[in-house]
Design a protein around this ligand. Sequence first.
Ligand SMILES: [Zn+2]
Length: 287
Amino acid sequence: MLGECHAHAIMDGMNYKAAVALHRDGVCEKIVRGHLEAYRKAGITFVRDGGDAKEVSKLAKELAPEYGIDYRTPVFALHKRGHYGGIVGHPFDTWQEYRTLIKRAKEENADFIKIMVSGLLDFAHAGTLTEEGLKREEIRAMIELAHEAGMAVMAHCNGDRTCYDTLEAGADSLEHGFFMGDETLHLLAERGIPWFPTFAPVGNLLGCGRFPDEEVRKNLRMQTERVKKAAELSAVIGLGSDAGAYLVPHGTGTRDEYRYLTSAGISEEMLRQAEDRVRMRFCQGAL
Ligand SMILES: [Zn+2]
């Protein structure tokens, strides 16, 4: 069984506010064990978390060996204050603060650094995001400083321009990556940076009634078409469901993502190649 390369143990696939509240007075071990058990049952032995602000993934990593799971985490993600990222990590205003957070992540046993450089999909309006991405120089500095500290970089990123800048700046994996244009896909393929298109948080919304199905379908179609194009260019495309996101439960979310990827023509062999890169690059702690 393939691993899950993008999960969030802090969320439960149902209601993130309620899920986060369960850890209000410290991490709830029972909940974390429940998620690990779901992975064990699904036969998943490798999980890469995308971080959280409450040390939930940190505990998941500590408990994971009991479930036969190799669990990797950035502990928390980093975002520029005032931008998206509060649920999954901590904000910074200055580069000094950013450096201090990297140091803290390393002290807390982070396997890599996770950065947030763009907004989320606006699910109600296909093709659009909740906010503009960060500036090219900001993205470049975030990646450079993490690399200087000897850490690989997992980048949450959507939008054509922001993805281009993030790939060009040398991120080690690209997460979500919605709405990439042809030139950006060429850069992705050229650099061989693993891309996790996270279909499940979009596709699993179909029929749920929270957003117009027509808009959901458009986003799904666009991402499918982009993934097919990227595969033609021999890009590295991997299995990461964003498990924990709404309607993407731990364990079964990975299987959903596998189904979306294979129906876009991605073979298990290709997915394994992406996972191998992640295991090589993201599991060393300091490079
Ligand atoms: Zn994520």
